[in-house]
Design a protein around this ligand. Structure first.
Ligand SMILES: Cc1cc2nc3c(=O)[nH]c(=O)nc-3n(C[C@H](O)[C@H](O)[C@H](O)COP(=O)(O)O)c2cc1C
Ligand code: SF4
Length: 656
C-alpha cells in the first residue's frame, strides 16, 4: 500500500510539518457546511456528515462556516461556547473527526458575512467598510474602529473556545465576498481612513483579526487564512494586491488557503468551478502567492484526481490540496490513491446538484446538501453496512450507471451478481461524453464505476443480450432491468427523417455536421450541445419552446450555461419558439417554427434533436423474468438524471 502511493504520487503522500503539527499527506477536506448549519444538540447530521466525508485518510479536515457572534449569524446558528453544553457539543465534533482519523489536523472556519448578511434587521445588521444601501434597499452600516475591535475580540474568543475543545487551529474566512473580502475590494471599500485606500489599509482589519487570534491562542495553534486569490469581478482587487495581503497575513498566519470568487455568484466567479473550467483552476494564482510568502500555501478548486493533486504539489504551485466536492463524490479518494486504486475513484463531475446557491436565494439552510449525483450514500441517514440476510442470485440487465450501482451494492451485501450488457463496454449513455472535452469527467466517472464493478466478484458479461437460454443458464432469483433510455422524437412532421441527428450523436467525430446547425430543444442537453458545437466552430441556432433555457439543469449549472450562451456570438437563441415541421433536402434543412403567434422558416445545414429521452421498453426483460423477483430501475422507468439512476440502483439493491 505504502510503496504504491510513494511510487505513483510521491509528493501527495509526503508529510508536511506546519507549526509543529504534521500533515501526514497533502490533502485537506475543504470546509463544507459549518456546525452552524444545524441544531447540533438534537441532530446528528453533521456528525454523520463527518463520518461520510472523512474515512479516506486526508491529513486535514476543516469544518465550514461558523459565525463568530450572534449579530453576524443570520441564516446560520451562533453558539455561545462559554456555555458548557455548547462546549461539549463542540468537543463531540472534534471526537467525530478524530474517530475517522486520530492524526487528522482539524480546523474550523470562522465567518462574518458583513454587508451580505442574510435578511438583516436591527439585531443582525448589515455592516461593512462603507455605509450605503444594498440593492434590496437594506442599509449597510459603516463599521467604526471600535466595532472592528469588538469583531477581533469575537474571532479571538471563538478561536480560544475551539482550541479548548481540541481543534488544532482555526481558519478565518477572508474569502468569498464575506466581511474581509469587502474590506479588500475597492469596489466595496470606499473608506478614506486607515482601513481604506492602499492595499496596506484595506488589509489592516483582517490582519488585526489574525493577530488577535494569534495573541489569544498562542504559538501552538494553527491559523489558516482562506482567501479568494482572485474574486473574478471586474474592478475588485488585483493579484498584486492579494499577494501583498498574504504577505501581511503571513506575519501571524501559518497557511494561506487559496480559493476564489464570490458567494453571490459562485459559479461564474470560480468559487465553485463548473465543468467548463479547468481542474485545479486556482493553482496558478496559488503558485503566484506562494512565490510571495514564506509560509505554506493550500489550494482548492476542481481537484478531482490524484494526478492533478500530485502535479500541483510536485510542480510547487502549492503545498497542500484541498478537496471539496470530491469528498462527496468519493470520500475514499486518499485511500484509493494510496493503495493504487486511483482508477476506482468516483470523480466529481461538477454537475452542481450538491450546492444550489446562496441560502437566502433558496429558502434556508435545510435546502443545502440535496445529495450528490456521484454517490447515493451522501444523503443516506443510515450508512451502516447491512449484509443480506440470505444470499441470492441477482441478474442485472444493463451496465449503465444504475445497473452498475445496483450490481456493486448487491455484491457488497453478499449476493451473487451477474451483470449483462449488450454493448462492448460498461457505462451506458455516459460513454458519449468521451468526445466532448468539457465532459470528459462524465466518461471518467463511468469508467471509475466500471473499475469499481470489475474490482468486485461480479460476473460481467459484455456484448450480451438477455435471452431465454441465458436466463435459464444463469438461473437468477432476482432480475433487475436497468436498460436505460433513448432519444425522444415527438410527432412533428419531418422529425423522423434519418438526417436529423440526435444530440448524443452530435459529439461523435465520425458524424459530420454542416456549418450551420439548428438544435431543437434548449434544455440542459441542448444547451451543452450548442456550446460544444459552437466551440467546434459551428453557427448554432437554439430553438426552445419554453421561455427559458436549461430549466432542467441544477440551479448553478443553469446559471453558468446561460452565462456562456449569452456571451457566445455563435449561438442564437429563440425562446418561446415551437418547432412545427422539419424538411430536409440536399441543400440542408428548413425548420418551421411558431413564435409569438407567427410562423417562419429557419434554414441551416443540419438539424439536431435535443428533445428529451424516453424510457426503453422493459417488456422483454419482464417477460423473461416472469418466474423471478423483478425490479426496474433508472432511466428505463423514467428518463432522469445520473443522481436518480444511482439512487434507485442503490436503494433497490439495499432492499434485496
Ligand atoms: C455544499 C457546499 C457547502 C460549502 N460550504 C462552504 C463553507 O462552509 N465554507 C467555505 O469556505 N466554503 C464552502 N464551500 C466551498 C468549498 O469549500 C470549496 O471551496 C468549493 O467547493 C470548491 O472546491 P471543489 O472544486 O473541490 O469543490 C462549500 C461547497 C459546497 C459544495
Ligand atoms: S453533486 Fe455533482 S458537483 Fe456535487 S459533488 Fe456530486 S458530482 Fe460533484
Amino acid at each position: 500500500m505504502e510503496s504504491n502511493s510513494k511510487i505513483k504520487y510521491p509528493h501527495l503522500f509526503s508529510p508536511l510539518k506546519v507549526r509543529g503539527k504534521t500533515y501526514k499527506n497533502r490533502m485537506i477536506c475543504a470546509p463544507i457546511g459549518g456546525i452552524a448549519y444545524e441544531d447540533h444538540h438534537s441532530k446528528p447530521d453533521i456528525r454523520n456528515f463527518i463520518k461520510y466525508r472523512h474515512p479516506g485518510g486526508a491529513a486535514g479536515y476543516m469544518i465550514g462556516e461558523t459565525p463568530i457572534s450572534p449579530e453576524s449569524a443570520r441564516g446560520f446558528v451562533y453558539y455561545d461556547y462559554s456555555d458548557p453544553v455548547n462546549m461539549s457539543a463542540l468537543r463531540e465534533y472534534v471526537q467525530a473527526v478524530k474517530e475517522q482519523g486520530p492524526d487528522t489536523i482539524l480546523t474550523i472556519e470562522q465567518m462574518h458575512p458583513g454587508e451580505i448578511i442574510v435578511d438583516p434587521d436591527e439585531e443582525h445588521p448589515a455592516v461593512g467598510p462603507t455605509g450605503h444601501a444594498r440593492p434590496d434597499g437594506k442599509i449597510v452600516q459603516e463599521l467604526s474602529e471600535a466595532d472592528m475591535e469588538k469583531i477581533c475580540r469575537d474571532f479571538a474568543a471563538i478561536a480560544l473556545h475551539c482550541k479548548t475543545a481540541g481543534f488544532d487551529g482555526v481558519a478565518p474566512h477572508l474569502a468569498h465576498g464575506w466581511l474581509f473580502s469587502q474590506f479588500l475590494s475597492p469596489l466595496v471599500n470606499k473608506r478614506t481612513d486607515k482601513f481604506g485606500g492602499s492595499i496596506e489599509n484595506r488589509s489592516r482589519f483582517a490582519v488585526m483579526v489574525v493577530r488577535a487570534i494569534r495573541e489569544t491562542c498562542g504559538e501552538d495553534f494553527l491559523i489558516e487564512c482562506r482567501v479568494s486569490g482572485d474574486e473574478h469581478i471586474d474592478g475588485s482587487y488585483s493579484l498584486d494586491d492579494m499577494c501583498e495581503f498574504c504577505r501581511f497575513l503571513s506575519q501571524y498566519a501559518d497557511i494561506i488557503h487559496v480559493s476564489a470568487g464570490h458567494y453571490r455568484d459562485p459559479m461564474n466567479t470560480l468559487m465553485m468551478s463548473s465543468m467548463y473550467d479547468e481542474h485545479g483552476c486556482n493553482a496558478n494564482v496559488a503558485a503566484r502567492i506562494k512565490r510571495e510568502v514564506s509560509i505554506p500555501v493550500a489550494v482548492v478548486g476542481g481537484i478531482n484526481s490524484p494526478e492533478i493533486a500530485e502535479e500541483i504539489i510536485a510542480s510547487g504551485k502549492a503545498d497542500l490540496v484541498v478537496l471539496g466536492r470530491q469528498t462527496f463524490a468519493d470520500p475514499m479518494f486518499p485511500a484509493k490513491a494510496a493503495s493504487g486504486r486511483g482508477s476506482e475513484i468516483r470523480n466529481c463531475f461538477r454537475c452542481m446538484r450538491c450546492f444550489p446557491g446562496p441560502i437566502d436565494e433558496l429558502g434556508g439552510p435545510e435546502t443545502l446538501l440535496p445529495g450528490c449525483s456521484a454517490s447515493p450514500l451522501l444523503e443516506q441517514k443510515d450508512t451502516e453496512f447491512k449484509p443480506a440476510a440470505k444470499q441470492k442470485r441477482v441478474l442485472i440487465v444493463g451496465g449503465g450507471v444504475a445497473g452498475m450501482q445496483a450490481a456493486q451494492t448487491a455484491s457488497d451485501r453478499g449476493h451473487s451478481v451477474v451483470l449483462v450488457e449488450k454493448n462492448r463496454e460498461l457505462g451506458g449513455i455516459l460513454n458519449y461524453a468521451r468526445h466532448d472535452p468539457d465532459k470528459l469527467d462524465l466518461k471518467r466517472f463511468a469508467d471509475a464505476m466500471a473499475a469499481e464493478t470489475y474490482a468486485r466478484p461480479i460476473d460481467v458479461r459484455l456484448n450480451t443480450q438477455l435471452t431465454d437460454e441465458l436466463l435459464a443458464a444463469i438461473a437468477p432469483d432476482i432480475v433487475i432491468a436497468a436498460i436505460g433510455s433513448s432519444p425522444l422524437l415527438p410527432p412533428i412532421p419531418g422529425l423522423g427523417d434519418p438526417s436529423v441527428i440526435f444530440a448524443v450523436d452530435a459529439y461523435d467525430p465520425e458524424i459530420k455536421l454542416g456549418e450551420r446547425v439548428i438544435i431543437l430543444g434548449g434544455g440542459q442537453v441542448g444547451c451543452e450541445t450548442a456550446i460544444h458545437l459552437s466551440r467546434g466552430g459551428k453557427k448554432v441556432t437554439l430553438v426552445e419552446m419554453r421561455g427559458e433555457l436549461a430549466p432542467d439543469a441544477y440551479r448553478l449549472h443553469n446559471k453558468r450555461l446561460n452565462a456562456l450562451i449569452e456571451a457566445d456570438v455563435n449561438i442564437e437563441c429563440l425562446l418561446g419558439a415551437a418547432c412545427v415541421g422539419v424538411s430536409i433536402d440536399a441543400g440542408g434543412c428548413a425548420v418551421e417554427i411558431e413564435q409569438n403567434g407567427a410562423r417562419r422558416t429557419l434554414k441551416a445545414d443540419t438539424p439536431v434533436a435535443a428533445l428529451g429521452m424516453k424510457a426503453n421498453p422493459t417488456d422483454l426483460v419482464k417477460r423473461l423474468a416472469a418466474n423471478c423477483e423483478y425490479y426496474a430501475i433508472g432511466d428505463c422507468v423514467r428518463a432522469a438524471k445520473i443522481y436518480d439512476a444511482l439512487k434507485e440502483g442503490y436503494l433497490a439493491a439495499s432492499a434485496l
